[in-house]
Design a binder for this molecule. Sequence first.
Ligand code: GCO
Ligand code: MG
Length: 447
Amino acid sequence: MKRRDLLKLAGAAMPAATTVRRLAAQEKIERATRGMPAPRIKDVSVIATAPQGLRLVVVKITTDQDGLHGYGCATFTQRADLVVPAVEKYLKPFLLDRATDRIDDIWHACYASSYWRNGPVLNNAIGGVDMALWDIKGRQAGMPVYELLGGKCREAADCYTHASGNEISETIANAQRIIAQGFRHVRVQVGVPGMAGYGAGRQAASVPALHDGPVFEPAAYMRRAMQLFEASRKELGAEIELLHDVHERLNPIQAVRFAKDVEPFRLFFLEDVLAPEDIDYFRLIRKQSATQLAMGELFTHPLEWTPLISERLIDFIRIHPSMAGGLTPVRKVAAMAEIFNVRTAWHGPGDLSPIGASCNIALDVACHNFGIQEYTAFGERTQQVFHGCPIMKGGYWYPNDAPGWGIEVDEQAAAKYPFGSFEDGERKTLNGGWGEIRRPDGTIIKQ
Ligand code: GCO
Ligand code: MG
């Protein structure tokens, strides 16, 4: 635009040079999107819905251009009620009327605006905004987000899913069913009799304890898991890729021992063998065991993943993208991980919306150092709310090729499943939060 037009735009007599520069910059923004005027943020709203019982949080950004909006996943199911006001009370006033173009700049502005940062509540709020901006950018460009990331490195994301049971025979039967569906990777978990094991029915406490709540004893779990792996290899064979999630339930030296003990079973990966607070122990494990290690779903801070990647202490980084602040930071983690030959295995649990899953899959297909993708099927009601869910076929997850994430959220349907739907007992009392699990003597354990 010519200088005189800029001045007309300014509507002022001869303004100071700075005004002209500002307008010139403004004018440049306006040309950033193929000559279209930059969309401006007209509304930032939150869709809080629990179609299958787990609380999901989705951020919607509506722009001033008719029909142009975007969605982001901001799901932190145990504290979902806190993410909603974090978006509505803080990010919404901060973002209204901004142009949507400068995604990385907006991310940094939101990140710095709370001064204290890198916690799961604010990260999820920012992550939801961030993913919505990528969705808008894709819709503007007429491209799925994976194209904005450089296009496909593979046709679809190879996935694993969960086989579990109270008894080992149940887990094996479930694994066989999953393998029959075409999956080449299966996560196996089993209950610990009378204890609240992870990933397989929480059995009512029936072991001697000094309290009457759910009980867990790490040593008993390790013995049980070894039996599970023996049976899995015997019944399922050497080819199937077995994964297992320790879920941070061991003390560090037990974790070292366990990573060594499971070596003969050649697991595809052993996940969360340490708690985030103990990640320095990975140096010990790395020196003593060739078991492949995965870590990261609990990470919210760069100081957690940076050493594990830069020192090659893990094989798979498993961040929950919105917990780290969204696609913008996590694509940088993926790029850093590629340099150190650490592969990706983004967190894909039941407490993740199809929007969040689509963000995972965009990274899965666009990053060379993809490792594996965790898959949790979307229930009927979830598919009523989210139209355009990614497609699962033969153990591979395909992004739908529509622009952005390619998903529309039916807000009427979402409103049919408010937080608390299908919740009962402790989950309801704790608003989707988790209760306590204790060792027999009453010591609280991270669960
Ligand atoms: C996994 C995770 C989940 C978490 C859940 C917490 O590997 O999928 O460990 O099962 O426990 O996402 O809300
Ligand atoms: Mg896990």
